[in-house]
Design a protein around this ligand. Sequence first.
Ligand code: ADP
Length: 618
Amino acid sequence: MEAEQKRNALKTYFGYDTFRPGQEEIIDQILSGRDVLAVMPTGAGKSICYQLPALLLPGTAIVVSPLISLMMDQVKALNEAGVHAAYINSSLSERQTARALELAKEGRYKLIYVAPERLETRRFLDFACHAQISMITVDEAHCISQWGQDFRPSYVRIRSFVRQLPLRPVVSAFTATATEKVRQDILTSLELVRPCETVAGFDRPNLYFEVQRARDKKERVRRYLAEHSRESGIIYCATRKAVDELYLWLENAGFSVGRYHAGMSADARRRSQEDFIYDRTRVIIATNAFGMGIDKSNVRFVLHYHMPQSMENYYQEAGRAGRDGEPAECILYYSPQDTMIGRLLLESRELDEEYTEEERRMIREQDAVRLRKMEGYCTTTGCLRAYILRYFGERAEDSCASCGNCMTEFEQMDATEAAADVVRCVRACGQRFGQSMIAGTLLGESTARIRDRGMDKSPVYGKQSKLGKARVQDVIRTMLERGYLCQSKDKYSLLRLTESSERLLEQTQPFCISYKREEEKAGRKTKASGAPGGRSDQVADLTEGQQALFEELRKTRMLLAGRKRIPPYMVASDKTLRDMCVRRPRSQEELLDVNGMGEKKVKQYGEAFLKVLLGYGP
Ligand code: ADP
């Protein structure tokens, strides 16, 4: 396929001039007829990777997708862009389904989205066996794996559906979950043939990451919202109760907020979600039930009020910020209590009865490991971006120079003696205890737990009492990070020695740690201004005149969206409006140069936007 043709389609239908990293390669593979397994982080731009080939290949593409809201959103956006698409799921009546499949059979659609449990219905099979199917795409493909976090038994049946087709089309699978086991499961369960496996860059350079240790979380959040008063954002909490509390508190404080969790009625949830998407409320406070399939491009911040249960969860949720590629912030407010909440939530998680005892044990073990890695992210003084990338199996520089940690000057301390004492303590007790017992022993705490286990008789009891609790914990954390200690995989996380531990006893080289000083952080602004990726408001780098124009364009966008009953970002993203303010196009032709404006969009909305642009100053 000519490169020209792909670019034309990208510009015409989606309004973009260039592909993002990884996209073109995946598109080329699909177009050449090769199966694909693509692992891409949330927000990286998966949809275009299958939508564009679907447009260029003859016939209809079938997209299997797990969520009704996700399908509806995508189909709406595609039709907006001038692409004929439809969906088949339980939201349609019998008659609507029959009609859609009739049209599909006639080849009217370039894409048809379908829920997995509908694939093997007689009607759908009839369509699929008689129409020209250009390709099959499995979105959120990790749902096929029992090792993933969202296993869906109906996904397992995709394979048998594909087998029933008279001609096997090219099959592509997309997911944001990268673990080896899940990937392997996808390959075998979908019977991908000689697939091209790609892992697109997990880095999202426009996202700013920061962890703040905080006791006064509510106040921090309030301050943050006040400082970002014009921006849209999501605040994630670990429990429904916390969502309700924070919601009421912020609403009382006068902020434009909504809430979302599984304890609300379906109707209330839908309303909350729509208010947020249609920019009627600025901020939504939610549990992790919120967000799947929400492609709101102008989410400028994602705050975590509690630590999530895994890095997978965190990156997926944080990844909902800045989908338009513009700077956005992801801030996690951490307190050690979060770990306890996480543990409790995991322990209360009900596991499907289908699992064997052994499988249950393994799942629980994996949960505990994930939680620990998440805790590591919250406590590390190293580069946060590097931590994320390495977690997802990518290489990363030691410093990104732009995350919260890279921009903080940490205190340094020589902890050679303390580290040696930790090794002695772990060894003396036969590696039978976890962090708090070891730290408590070194600090000389006189608790019943310590006395009952005889740790007050340990040769190192009280030897590091001057150091204080926080620093002793920092020493242990750093030893874990650098591999001088490890933890047992069960939920007790017992401290164990490693091959390197002995080296610390020799004390031939200094063991230095860096740590955060809490008081300092509390007063610090969330971000140094002028830093890479930094900005306190979306339009801050526009001139005053441009900002006023931006507001006018925003109003027009709201009107256009209202008329068509679609969310404003589907008319044009914030990035597109900003680009208009900078370029000041004066004709339909010039509008085409604006980022995100394709032919179809110019045709539909060009006139309205031009009216504002031409009427605005010289
Ligand atoms: P996900 O990988 O989470 O499914 P999407 O496919 O929804 O991500 O894409 C995320 C956002 O990025 C969308 O707003 C989309 O329009 C935008 N996007 C995708 N590809 C490009 C591109 N080549 N140039 C600019 N924006 C893009």
